[in-house]
Design a protein around this ligand. Structure first.
Ligand code: ADP
Ligand code: ZN
Length: 209
């Protein structure tokens, strides 16, 4: 299956995308993870993207579209994929229409204040991209990744001010995609409040899995 995860920052796209990808045995393709890896390695792409990401703005389309097109052409994506963080505006959605046929778009929604709480409590593993939350999904040992043992960190762009800008960026540029995919009959709305397993269950239900 080729699935897009849609939803504002803090809705839990990444967490749910990883679980769904494991279950369906397809790759989890997160443009945010790919960009952050490039920033960490100080590649040309990373150096270009960094200032936009730190400000909560979108990285320019040409860069992100090329990066995603390349990733979708890799052999593991032939069996399907869970796309997380792309497309983020109509130009990207139009580009994606030419790259792959999508089976469903999971649209996670949540109350605005819950979004801020979720993002500001988030910790991530810089080594394996695992995601934790101080309240709802803490690691077994404080500050240490359950999966690989690395020290976990807070993302630069999870500071409250930047989170609010990211939510605004979502409202302005990404929210119109809800209508776009609804028009294509692909949209599956899922309420993203509650435990991780509960939300996963709702996702499997709307996808009839
Ligand atoms: P979120 O938790 O907000 O969904 P991501 O990890 O998906 O965050 O993305 C973090 C940042 O990376 C975004 O705020 C943006 O600057 C950049 N980014 C990720 N995907 C895209 C994209 N498709 N287009 C433009 N910028 C992107
Ligand atoms: Zn890890």
């Amino acid at each position: 299956m080729r699935i897009i995860m849609l939803g504002p920052p803090g809705a839990g796209k990444g967490t749910q995308a990883v679980k769904l990808a494991e279950r369906l045995k397809v790759p989890h393709i997160s443009t945010g993870d790919i960009l952050r890896r490039n920033v960490a390695k100080k590649t040309k792409l990373g150096q270009h993207a960094q200032k936009y990401m730190a400000a909560g703005k979108l990285v320019p389309d040409d860069v992100v579209i090329e990066m995603t097109a390349k990733r979708l052409k890799e052999p593991d994506a032939k069996r399907g994929f869970i796309l997380d963080g792309f497309p983020r505006n109509l130009a990207q959605a139009t580009a994606l229409d030419g790259l792959a046929e999508i089976d469903a778009v999971v649209n996670l929604f949540l109350d605005p204040e819950d979004l801020v709480k979720r993002s500001t409590g988030r910790w991530v593993c810089p080594n394996c991209d695992a995601v934790y939350h101080v309240l709802t999904n803490p690691p077994k040992r404080r500050g240490v990744c359950d999966k690989c043992g690395s020290a976990i960190i807070q993302r630069e762009d999870d500071k409250e001010e930047v989170v609010r800008t990211r939510i605004r960026t979502y409202d302005d540029q990404t929210a119109p995609l809800v209508a776009h995919y609804k028009g294509k009959g692909l949209l599956r709305d899922v309420y993203a409040s509650g435990h991780i397993a509960e939300v996963q269950h709702r996702i499997l239900e709307v996808l009839r899995l």
